[in-house]
Design a protein around this ligand. Structure first.
Ligand SMILES: [Fe+2]
Length: 158
């Protein structure tokens, strides 16, 4: 008899990490969008937060399509820390520096690296691989737009 563990897809942890991470990102990015008085930054943050929430829903749906039940964690210390910063009255440029530091401190392999490995892994079903490819492209685009906004905040200081 096969146990649940043996039937679990080897890429399920990646899908679960994406679904959980995207929800977390959506919440703290939207908190910053709600707080900033800079309309251009607000538009960029809201666009990225919408994308993150959409990724959360799509990956959650894919997990269930693959026959898995995923229970979201009720506590999230990382989210609490990010919300403390993004929901505060700290200047936007400081929030941007904090976000860049966090990005630089990401543990390896990053989600992007894990996605790339799964995209070239033929034991991953093809629908999930194309979903990962689309997701990775959108994340690159979001990071590009965020980077431009962060650069503009720094430039405004000088
Ligand atoms: Fe994301």
């Amino acid at each position: 008899m096969v146990t649940d563990k043996e039937t679990e897809l080897h890429y399920f942890p990646l899908l679960k990490d994406i679904a959980a991470g995207e929800k977390q990102h959506g919440i703290y990015i939207q908190a910053w969008a709600d707080k900033t008085q800079d309309p251009e930054l607000k538009a960029c943050l809201s666009m990225v937060a919408d994308r993150e929430f959409s990724h959360h829903h799509i990956f959650k749906r894919r997990i269930s399509e693959l026959g898995h039940i995923w229970v979201e964690a009720s506590e999230d210390p990382v989210l609490e820390e990010r919300l403390r910063v993004n929901g505060s009255d700290m200047p936007d440029v400081e929030k941007a520096r904090f976000a860049k530091d966090k990005m630089a401190q990401r543990p390896s392999p990053t989600t992007r690296e894990r996605c790339q490995a799964a995209m070239s892994d033929e034991t991953v079903d093809s629908l999930t691989r194309s979903l990962l490819a689309w997701f990775s492209d959108v994340e690159v685009d979001s990071n590009f737009h965020l980077g431009q906004s962060y650069d503009r905040l720094e430039a405004n200081l000088g």
